[in-house]
Design a protein around this ligand. Structure first.
Ligand SMILES: CC(C)(COP(=O)(O)OP(=O)(O)OC[C@H]1O[C@@H](n2cnc3c(N)ncnc32)[C@H](O)[C@@H]1OP(=O)(O)O)[C@@H](O)C(=O)NCCC(=O)NCCSC(=O)C[C@H](O)C(=O)O
Ligand SMILES: [Mg+2]
Length: 290
């Protein structure tokens, strides 16, 4: 899969015009314009029209634009997916996915409406059944590129408390990371709800990165800087990646398959990792270029 930065993925209610406007100026890699849980039933249709109009009006620069639809089994889901398919957004996010058939059903709606082939499908895993079936879900159609954890719903369904160490969620989170990697998908950590606790937010970002997530889903602009920092390659990573690649070139010229950099053994897989860090850093820089 091509490398694409998704360090910071900001949700906003599709019914909030000010947020849809403000998002054009925010340092988010991806925006998720929500039609599901943050929009009340009486505003669903209006919000759908608002997000489609906002995407068509443009002004979001190089930010990736995803629209979260209502479930296909709700009264709004199918019309949402149809409208999103023709909206010009980069993808549709499907909430509470529990099996591959639900993904295929949404893809059929996209294909029937003539959505571009490049339109991505994101799946949200936020129920015990979704976690249990994650390998089947992660192996579905090539349009399916990203798995996003819905940890608020999942914690409720599992009946686990929101603890700082997320002990009750760790098994599910790691299962989903494993499936994402096995099937070459990207995976995003869930949201952090306590907007007053900046230190706690940074810690949970670090935990997510260490568990293997590519980025974090967010609910407020104040969370962007820490997520971008934690999930981006830092200056140290870039310096080490450059050293590894330079040392590897020399080693190759000498016919060696291993080399030691700053006292640590480096082999081919470290070189691949170093190249990925540099590519990600390049793509991040490109996002902010005019
Ligand atoms: C949580 C909020 C309701 C707080 O909103 P507000 O009181 O307006 O915050 P501020 O006054 O601090 O806002 C400051 C400025 O930033 C803009 N803003 C705020 N939030 C966003 C946002 N998400 N995107 C874009 N812009 C935002 C305000 O407009 C202010 O701008 P300005 O006028 O220039 O001062 C609010 O943050 C919010 O609604 N957040 C998103 C909630 C949401 O989308 N929820 C659904 C997705 S998460 C989910 O569903 C969980 C998942 O499914 C699971 O199960 O885990
Ligand atoms: Mg949810």
């Amino acid at each position: 899969m091509p490398v694409r930065p998704r360090r910071s993925v900001l949700y906003m209610p599709g019914s909030n015009q000010r947020a849809l406007e403000k998002a054009r100026t925010l340092a988010a890699d991806t925006l998720v314009l929500d039609l599901e849980d943050s929009v009340g039933p009486e505003k669903k249709v209006e919000a759908r029209d608002m997000v489609v109009a906002a995407v068509k009006a443009g002004g979001y620069g190089k930010r990736e634009i995803i629209i979260r639809a209502n479930s296909l089994d709700s009264e709004w889901g199918e019309d949402d997916v149809r409208a999103i398919g023709l909206s010009g957004a980069d993808g549709v996010c499907l909430p509470k996915i529990e099996n591959e058939a639900e993904v295929e059903a949404a893809i059929k709606v996209l294909n029937d409406v003539g959505a571009p082939e490049t339109m991505q499908v994101w799946v949200m895993i936020e129920t015990p059944l979704g976690v249990t079936n994650i390998h089947q879900i992660a192996s579905s159609d090539a349009r399916m590129t990203v798995i996003a954890m819905g940890t608020t719903d999942l914690a409720k369904e599992l009946r686990v408390p929101h603890r700082p160490d997320r002990i009750g969620l760790l098994h599910s989170l790691s299962q989903c990371v494993l499936a994402a990697r096995a099937h070459d998908k990207e995976i995003l950590d869930g949201v952090y709800l306590d907007l007053q606790n900046d230190a706690g937010f940074t810690e949970v970002c670090q935990q997510g990165r260490d568990l293997g997530f590519d980025g974090k889903t967010l609910i407020h602009p104040k969370q962007l800087a820490a997520a971008n920092d934690v999930f981006g390659p830092g200056a140290d990573d870039i310096e080490r990646a450059e050293k590894i690649i330079a040392a590897w070139k020399l080693a190759e010229a000498e016919g060696k398959g291993v080399v030691v950099v700053d006292g640590k053994l480096v082999e081919g897989m470290h070189v691949d990792e170093a190249k990925r860090h540099l590519l990600l850093a390049e793509k991040i820089a490109a996002l902010t270029e005019a």
